[in-house]
Ligand binder design. Sequence first.
Ligand SMILES: Nc1ncnc2c1ncn2[C@@H]1O[C@H](COP(=O)(O)OP(=O)(O)OP(=O)(O)O)[C@@H](O)[C@H]1O
Length: 261
Amino acid sequence: MVVAESEVVAFQQVSKVYNTGTVALSNFHLSIKEGEFISFLGPSGCGKSTALRMVAGLGEATNGEVKVFDQKPLDVIRNSNDIAFVFQDANLLPWRSVLDNVLLPLELRGGNKKVHKETALRVLEMVGLKDHLKSYPRQLSGGMKMRVSIARALAAKPKMLLMDEPFAALDEITRQTLQMELLEIWRKEKMTILFVTHNVYEAVFLSTRIAVMSARPGRLSSMIDVKLPSIRNLNMRTEDSFNEMVELASQCLENSTDERS
Ligand SMILES: Nc1ncnc2c1ncn2[C@@H]1O[C@H](COP(=O)(O)OP(=O)(O)OP(=O)(O)O)[C@@H](O)[C@H]1O
């Protein structure tokens, strides 16, 4: 189990109003500690992606402040590789092989090509793609494309992984396999993971804590400590303790939706 220690992300009374007038976040307050696996759970349009994107420096707070490693997110992005982002769409370059897609961000950074290749091979092995190095995206299933996308993010050795509904487009079996693999990577690499989902089961299965957000404008409606063993496995889903957590998260989600009125 990774021990949560210092604060790595702080949302301090953050409000976000887009120039269309949409209030996406209102007084959003949350502190995330090193090594946590935090899911943002909430109804569609409640500002989950907006919050996640702000951690990556993609959009500034209208009011309040977001701090990452006690710095402005953009400064972290500019000066380090500490943050990596995985989107729902794998966003691979179709003309580059699996290996070359993972190598691209490393090449752009410059440095030793041999070391980059070793790094790329290591992360591709972690996601189970070492036998597909020369394949092209068109030859891969949706799950394999997502594995490449995760490998590409891991290649930079980030301290924090931001994931915006990465498994939403995958079938249930692939989704479960990737969830298990992600937990394994999280444990081995000792990263902090911020994960957006609107799937209650997924949030409970993956997270150490769940930030339940209320419908627009998004606020933190409740924080759930997921009281399950730190090592998760797929059989847990049939256990009472798991289903009780799902029940609790569903109830919080329902209450957060009621807060709209
Ligand atoms: N660039 C933008 N300009 C204007 N409005 C935006 C922009 N991005 C998001 N919004 C609006 O802000 C609100 C929150 O959007 P956001 O994508 O953060 O929600 P979400 O909870 O991630 O939604 P979903 O679960 O459907 O992906 C929505 O009403 C959305 O339409």
